[in-house]
Design a protein around this ligand. Structure first.
Ligand code: ARG
Length: 399
């Protein structure tokens, strides 16, 4: 008796998930492996990947384009939340996981599979995100994670695959582990494992080296409607088109790279290189349009919510009651977050150059230092007397 008869496997076409196909059949006694490859705008040709799964022993091979949902339903809420894990990582990889988990669960139901599988190892965050998201969507569905159990190195995994007729192109395999989608690329391992080693230019694809960026600054204007990015330089664009176009513009100026040592949920520190040009600029612009349209207390309270929100995404709790509750808070704050932010891109910098909104709370006659000033300066004295009263009492009693 095998662990499962029919399994839907999240499939990328890479070595690990490819070896999972024979492994599930030979070691776990699975009768039918159905592979599922998600198109998240990573730019790969997915038809060859679909064929490859069949060649490697999959009974069915499914490819689904979910780029539109990825951007609209996963990335845009994270932008409204200004979500940056440890204040830096915009969660470009993490955001795709709950969506792939949802696809696995749906595909399993469609094909009557009794389990789903993924190729994550036991050291990363992604295994947690898959397992927990799948459990949240269908707590009865079994999750198989062969790469968490097999204990094979990459060479051993390839040798295992070869026993069952798999072939791996002899082209020099990259020392890096790379995850890619429309939002960005995550690059780790190889020489990057030493946090002192500077990444070489070859690891970057979406962003140019500063030496190769234009010598003239470029301005972009990003329009927001209720906290959602809706236009670029005055042109209304659908979410995917907007992110794609902005990736090109921003990446050309060398903006969007991150080099950080982050704390994984499983307790390990890991050195990651990211490039996420559009996403980082959209978050910066969104935060800025909020500065004009939210009150001070909501802005400041929301900052705490944002950190929790980023942590929830990072830690695999996209489908969770706390996440839903925070979503409701964020949605409530976004109703008036509309307007335009102007950004200057130049030599690796994205500099906010201006913002405007029909919903602005900025009031000229209160803020001005000019002659139109309507602020009652004398009223400040009484305010400061009351505001400072506890401090004055404390100072008198303790000196
Ligand atoms: N550290 C990032 C995260 O946990 C990215 C993980 C995948 N990275 C990779 N290079 N394969 O979301």
């Amino acid at each position: 008796m095998g662990l499962a008869d029919k399994v839907v496997l999240a499939y990328s076409g890479g070595v690990d998930t490819t070896v999972c196909i024979p492994y599930l059949k030979e070691e776990y006694g699975v009768k039918e492996v159905i592979t599922l490859a998600a198109d998240l705008g990573q730019g790969d040709e997915l038809e060859p990947i679909r064929q490859k799964a069949l060649t490697c022993g999959a009974a069915e091979s499914v490819v689904t384009d979910v780029t539109a949902s990825f951007i609209a339903d996963y990335a845009f809420p994270a932008i409204q939340a200004n979500a940056l894990y440890e204040n830096r990582y915009p969660l470009s990889t993490a955001l795709a996981r709950p969506l792939i988990a949802k696809l696995l669960v749906e595909t399993a139901a469609q094909y009557g599979a009794d389990a789903v599988a993924h190729g994550c190892t036991g050291k990363g965050n992604d295994q947690v995100r898959f397992d927990v998201a799948i459990a949240a969507l269908n707590p009865d569905l079994k999750v198989l994670a062969p790469a968490r159990e097999w204990g094979m190195s990459r060479e051993e995994a390839m040798a295992y695959g070869e026993k069952f007729g798999l072939t791996f192109p002899v082209k020099k395999t990259s020392p890096y582990s790379i995850d890619r989608n429309l939002l960005g690329r995550s690059i780790e391992a190889g020489p990057l494992e030493d946090p002192w080693n500077e990444p070489t230019e070859e690891v970057f694809v979406m962003t140019r080296a500063i030496a190769d960026t234009p010598d003239e600054p470029e301005y972009v204007e990003i329009g927001f409607e209720q906290g959602l990015p809706v236009s670029l330089n005055g042109d209304a664009l659908a979410p995917v088109a907007l992110v794609s176009a902005l990736n090109d513009i921003v990446g050309r100026h060398g903006v969007g790279r991150i080099d950080m040592v982050e704390n994984r949920l499983v307790g390990i520190k890991s050195r990651e290189i990211y490039e996420a040009p559009a996403l980082l600029v959209l978050i910066a612009a969104h935060r800025d349009i909020e500065s004009l349209t939210l009150t001070g207390d909501v802005t400041q309270y929301k900052r705490g919510i944002e950190q929790s929100y980023a942590q929830l995404i990072y830690n695999g709790l996209w489908y969770s009651p706390l996440k839903s509750a925070l979503d409701a808070f964020i949605a409530q704050t976004q109703t008036r977050v509309s307007g335009t932010v102007k950004i200057k891109l130049f030599k690796g910098n994205a500099i906010i150059a201006g913002r405007k909104s029909d919903n602005t709370l900025y009031t000229d006659e209160l803020s001005t230092y000019g002659e139109d000033d309507k602020f009652d300066h004398k009223a400040a004295e009484g305010f400061i007397y009351v505001w400072g009263l506890p401090t004055r009492v404390w100072a008198q009693k303790t000196r």
